[in-house]
Design a protein around this ligand. Structure first.
Ligand code: SF4
Length: 222
């Protein structure tokens, strides 16, 4: 691969790769996560394309990514799944020598839940997500637009140097949109150590919103 060619003879580089596990409150909360078979296929492609000398590839177990996906975007019913895994002897699941995907798939089955439904399918815009009653600042509509643009490989410029995209963070929390310069710093805006007002203001609070605010029916007790 190209990265290997940047190193002189005798030097080596280690590349760590892992399957992507979507998270709540991000544009990829609607994304259908790759199956273990698909991740294995992609790993094989990566390994085949990597030079044998000078580059080592380490990878995260694709099966473990599926278990992480169950927990990452699960609803309250996954609590019972976790208990089943534990009662079946599933401790230290983050350790390779103790992990077993079968513990998770069996627990999902016992609880009447479908792994594909929870992990591997794309979710719909109209679908009520388990965390929709919690606000972390970013508006759902903004995240959906970002999800659409991500699929088209479109990215937004850093809002510290552009017009505000009205994502909801500054406006909803009363933060001031101030920048230290009218132009982006050389080398990019990340890792510049710039002290933004929002950082000085302390942690951004997470608040619970009324279901009516989002037109979502109240969650039923289960
Ligand atoms: S300036 Fe604030 S509200 Fe506007 S896009 Fe950036 S973070 Fe969001």
């Amino acid at each position: 691969m190209e990265i290997g060619r940047r190193y002189s003879k005798g030097a080596s580089v280690t590349v760590s790769v892992g399957g992507f596990v979507p998270k709540a409150h991000t544009p990829f909360q609607w994304f259908g996560q790759d199956t273990p078979d698909e991740l294995q296929r992609k790993l094989r492609l990566l390994k085949d394309a990597t030079p044998r000398n000078g580059v080592k590839i380490r990878w995260h177990d694709p099966a473990a990514s599926t278990a992480e996906g169950i927990v990452s975007r699960g609803d309250r019913r996954v609590a019972e799944v976790i208990e089943h895994v534990w009662r079946a002897g599933g401790v230290f699941q983050e350790w390779r020598e103790y992990f077993g995907l079968d513990l998770w798939t069996e627990a999902m089955e016992v609880c009447g839940l479908d792994v594909h439904e929870y992990v591997h399918r794309d979710r719909e815009d109209a679908e009520i997500l388990p965390w929709d009653h919690i606000s972390a600042g970013l508006r759902r509509e903004f995240l959906w637009d970002e999800w659409q643009e991500a699929q088209s490989a479109i990215h937004l410029e850093d809002c510290r140097w552009t017009a505000c995209y009205d994502c909801g963070v500054c406006t909803d929390y009363g933060l001031e949109h101030l920048v230290g310069s009218l132009s982006p710093p050389a080398g990019g805006s990340q890792g510049t150590g710039q002290a933004l007002p929002s950082v000085d203001a302390g942690p951004v609070p997470v608040r619970f919103v009324q279901s009516r605010e989002r037109g979502v029916p109240p969650a039923r007790a289960s």
